[in-house]
Design a protein around this ligand. Structure first.
Ligand code: FAD
Length: 317
């Protein structure tokens, strides 16, 4: 499969990247390319230009800023795994980075690329030839969502491994665009729309992830995938435990990663006994709008949500 034609820019600064995005309508950011280039080969994403972040040194590395750990957006998933302090303070983040795809996805794939990856669906993530057999789905430019059989709606599922870990760590993203720099809680990066899943302006770049030191401590990420060596999660669950209670988040169950506030509330003030975890687990499948965007039945995914979060909590006892 060949890439479609596109222009390529390699600015040396974040300002240069923002400028290049603003000057070229239809341009997209290119980080490791492990998600975007595959989608371009499948002709489901056709940016006119790619603005590579590979020459921007300030997007790399981990540093301390006051009461927060700041990780550059261009830090690779492998580099995150090699940072011993991250492993000690934020185990769920490192476990999630280790769970992504294969060795090559982790050495090329970046933190922001993982968070900003496109949503997925069995009708969308297919070759051009495969998709010729029926009308284009809404996300690919047609009218209908083939998953739920309705017009002008898209249930494509967010399937990134790292986002749920950062949700339970109450991480934020720093974003730079033509209007300046802003910092938003990670949950606000996601629009909740399958078709355009990010709530970013067209010329905005994620520059860093910020994790409060208060989240350092006990956290865990559990993933179920069909192939251990290389696969997206069928479902992933992250959990965090601290004095304030537990935090729980899921991936691969809805159009955005989901923080399970109802589940957290059900466990508030309780000891994490088997009975308490099992009672809460019965609620797990209700915290997301699971759609049949993969070959796995919805009921199976709901069951996985209950089991993975329960397994994660047991690991933190
Ligand atoms: C076979 C296969 C298996 C995979 N398995 C997994 C898996 O198990 N788990 C998982 O989570 N992912 C998986 N992936 C997806 C992908 O490899 C990873 O998510 C990877 O971390 C993406 O990072 P990247 O740097 O390569 O992103 P890119 O492909 O470069 O970018 C992805 C998207 O993010 C945008 N973007 C990148 N950086 C920024 C930024 N700084 N600011 C704004 N937007 C930005 C790009 O414009 C693009 O839309 C898999 C992919 C393949 C092909």
């Amino acid at each position: 499969m060949h890439l479609p034609p596109f222009s390529h820019y390699q600015p040396a600064s974040i300002e240069g990247a923002v400028r290049a995005l603003a000057e070229h309508q239809g341009a997209k950011v290119l980080a490791g390319g492990t998600d975007l280039l595959v989608n371009m080969k499948h002709r489901v994403e056709l940016p006119s230009a790619l603005v590579s972040l590979s020459r921007i040194a300030e997007l790399k590395g981990v540093r301390r800023e006051g009461e927060a750990t700041v990780i550059g957006a261009g830090t690779t998933l492998k580099e995150i795994q090699r940072e011993e302090e991250l492993g000690r303070k934020f185990p769920a983040l490192v476990q999630a980075a280790r769970a992504v795809g294969s060795y090559r996805h982790q050495t090329m794939g970046t933190l922001a690329g993982n968070l900003c990856q496109n949503t997925r669906c069995r009708f969308f993530n297919q070759s051009w030839q495969w998709r010729q057999a029926r009308s284009l789905c809404f996300k690919a430019g047609g009218e209908d969502c083939h998953v739920i059989g309705r017009k002008n709606v898209c249930f494509c599922t967010y399937s990134g491994d790292v986002a749920p870990a950062l949700l339970v760590l109450e991480g934020a993203v720093r974003v730079q665009g033509p209007q300046g720099i802003r910092q938003i809680p990670l949950a606000e990066l996601y629009s909740g729309q399958g078709k355009s899943p990010l709530a970013l302006g067209p010329s905005e770049v994620v520059t860093a992830v910020v994790i409060p030191e208060a989240s350092a401590g006990r956290s865990h990420y559990e993933k179920f995938a069909l192939r251990g060596s290389i696969d997206f999660p069928v479902v992933g669950a992250a959990v965090w435990r601290g004095d304030a209670g537990v935090r729980i988040a899921f991936t691969a169950v809805d159009r955005a990663p989901v923080r399970a506030l109802d589940l957290e509330e059900a466990l508030r003030g309780q000891e994490l006994t088997d009975a308490a975890i099992e009672t809460a687990a019965a609620l797990a499948g209700k915290v997301a709008k699971v759609a049949p965007t993969t070959v796995h039945p919805v009921a199976f995914k709901r069951e996985l949500m209950a089991r993975l979060f329960a397994k994660g909590l047991r690991a933190l006892r």
